[in-house]
Design a protein around this ligand. Structure first.
Ligand code: ACO
Length: 327
């Protein structure tokens, strides 16, 4: 079996920045409350009442805001990796907010990028990118050469803008990685995937409706499953938390992220965080935070990285990854 490594990353965010203060036009809230309870200061918005250019009712060619963000991030990742689209064996688009219900959003994205190898959507909510990374690792181990893994979301399209207890959390964006096969063990050292489908009612969106969330219960469960999953991945990788150079949690709420880091014994200055600028971007949050840390020069060759996400379902996933620097 071959191993795998990340050969290039890319990100994309909508231009429209919405500050907490702007949300006071929609519901009774304050910048201070949102900052203290979530750590969020701004989010990027592509749809909903605060978007500069609201989405048209129909999406021509199937490429709406989720697809466009995915294409932009995917193109940048391919360019960073120096891999042409014809060499991609599979495009995995992780999203919980696709532009159309049928076909899979990855079809239009693959056409725009020139990928013909294969394409599918993966919906594991905010654990999506980490689920995708494990899936890519398996395929690359079985003989594929390159997988283009993209997390892309337009959560503002399914946000309930009349619900002040959830609407401030969500934002839009995309992050992508080219994951390539390498001889030997590679970078995926340990992983854990999980789901508890009896918890669907904690967070869901029905067709044509807005997101419904039991925030406190999600908070409580999220901390527990993320910690347990991270511990399982660390054990499988045969490493300890003090060896982790960078912790990249799902960017849901700074209080959840810091509580998980503390319970794992990882100092919060070793945590990657973009939540203040992006809010919760679901499948896009982990690649956005990882790419941000890479761009800031926070990772060196050989560093151990712990990725850990949880999401609606309830799903969870974690990965221990050895960072391999690319030129
Ligand atoms: N502005 C001002 N006050 C508010 C707001 C608001 N936007 N929203 C709620 N409040 C009020 C409530 O009405 C309540 O008032 P009361 O005490 O008079 O009843 C008070 O603030 C406290 O509300 P809580 O719900 O207890 O606030 P909490 O500290 O739990 O924070 C939050 C709420 C931030 C939503 C938190 O529960 C959370 O982050 N939960 C996890 C959410 C999450 O991670 N979701 C994503 C999952 S991943 C995915 O798949 C998308």
């Amino acid at each position: 079996m071959n191993g795998c490594t990340i050969t290039g990353m890319g990100t994309a965010l909508p231009d429209r920045v919405v500050r907490n203060e702007e949300l006071t036009a929609l519901f009774d809230t304050s910048d201070q409350w949102i900052r203290e309870r979530s750590g969020i200061v701004t989010r990027r918005v592509a749809a909903g009442p605060l978007a500069t250019e609201p989405l048209p009712p129909h999406v021509p060619g199937g490429l709406g805001t989720t697809g466009r963000l995915a294409v932009e991030a995917g193109r940048r990742a391919l360019s960073a990796a120096g891999v042409t689209p014809d060499r991609i064996d599979l495009l995995i688009l992780c999203t919980t907010s696709p532009d159309q219900q049928v076909p899979a959003n990855s079809a239009a994205v693959s056409a725009a990028l020139g990928v013909r190898g294969g394409a599918m959507d993966l919906n594991a909510a905010c654990a999506g990118f980490t689920y995708g990374l494990v899936t890519a690792g398996g395929l690359l181990g079985a003989g594929a050469r390159h997988v283009l893994l993209i997390g892309a979301e337009t959560l503002t399209r399914i946000t309930d803008w009349s619900d002040r207890s959830s609407a401030f959390l969500f934002g839009d964006g995309a992050g992508a990685a080219v994951v390539s096969s390498v001889p030997g063990e590679g970078c995926l050292l340990g992983w854990d995937l999980g789901v508890d489908g009896s918890l669907v009612d904690l967070l869901y969106t029905d067709h044509g409706a807005g997101m419904v969330m039991k925030g406190q219960e999600v908070f409580r469960r999220a901390v527990r499953v993320t910690v347990d999953s991270a511990v399982a991945s660390l054990e499988r990788a045969k490493v300890t938390a003090d060896q982790i150079a960078l912790f990249v949690p799902h960017q849901a709420n700074i209080r959840i992220m810091e509580t998980v880091a503390t319970k794992l014994g990882i100092p919060t200055d070793r945590m990657a965080s973009v939540i203040a600028e992006t809010g919760n971007t679901s499948s896009a949050s982990i690649p956005l935070a990882l790419a941000g840390a890479v761009a800031a020069g926070r990772l060196s060759d050989g560093d151990l990285v712990l990725l850990a996400g949880f999401g609606a379902g309830m799903t969870w996933a974690s990965v221990v990854w050895r960072w391999q620097a690319t030129d």
